[in-house]
Design a protein around this ligand. Sequence first.
Ligand code: GLC
Length: 420
Amino acid sequence: MKPTFTRLFASLALAGGFGVLSLGAHAADLTIDCGATANDVQNCLPYAEEWAKKTGNTVKAYTAPTSSTDKLALLRQQFAAKASEIDVLSIDVVWPGVIKDHLVDLKKYSKGAESKFFPAMVANNVVGGKLLAMPWFTDAGLLFYRKDLLDKYKIATPQTWDELAAAAKKVMDGEKSAELQGYVFQAKAYEGLTCDALEWVYSFGGGTIIDKQGNITINNAKAAKALDTAASWIGTIAPGGVLNYAEEDARGVFQNGHAVFMRNWPYAWNLAQDKDSVIKGKVGVAALPSGGSSKAAALGGWQLAVNKYSKNVDAAADLVMYLASAEVQKKRALNGSYNPTIPDLYKDADVVKANPFMGQLLEVFTSAVARPATETGLKYPQVSNAFWDAAHDVLEKKSNGTDAVKKLEAKLKTIKRDKW
Ligand code: GLC
């Protein structure tokens, strides 16, 4: 596309701020993967368009699959074909080591801006000395609950999984509604189950599947017990259908007022508070319960990266820096409850007022448990797949915890061979 007068004017006006274009540069038509849900797009595209207007470029959103697992598969196909279709990618916290060869080093564009971000989140995106992505929002598994129902039955927020199961049962028995579920979560066979099951296992003291040194640790009695405990919820406090639930399925049930408890990521808060929400004002957020060892939240989150095969690398990197800025992150926190990746924003009165849990549960976010992605690098997708398959088998009662973790250990050894 030819640069128009307005576009060039806008570029010049922005010299020194965002906007890498200078007189004579061609405007870029960018495509960004904003995420998959309506909430994701609404809290991204308007800001990308704001940037486009300021810099004289154009931008459109690409609709990616909702599931992290499906999205990774699609991206890998696109990288294999060196496809330039998507310029700005949103990538999962567990992917930098997997797709490192296909992303642009952002060091030259960030100009040190990453020093204001949580160091661990930045470090996660640095592979081989290259800054492959900017942390955009962070996630940690949270327990959402119906405050009104717990109050009605005089039940305190559950601190252990047993308390949660008992509380769910008490409310279900009391309400006598065939529609009301006790607990909904993510138990479909995909990356989301890896997060949920890691939380169960870790909270029972069963470790992180693979430890920091790369040793396979999953074959232990505590991990087995954690999986058996989760299996006991299905058909009692959780519907059988949960075996096919991803985040949005669980949220749909909870959002319609049909569940007492839900495990989900922070984004669910803002939607629960929507003016048309039937659960508005009735929801509480807490740390997930303990299995006897500690409470545990899986660390999630998304990063913005530039596709190495993009035809507009400079403009795409400029857009990444704009969207990752404190200014845009604040708006996304206020309007979409996306957790910022910049520590200062957790001290921002507006952010904490709109999302009380971001202040109250700060420790949940700062101490969230990472999946073993750094340790296993390129093999992480296989490791995660083996883990969620094992967990799913136990939940479906095709296996039990003890057998499943033993079989999983053998499978992981085959994937590892002599090294990760
Ligand atoms: C959320 C998390 C991400 C995780 C995914 C699993 O999007 O941010 O890290 O992999 O859920 O479904």
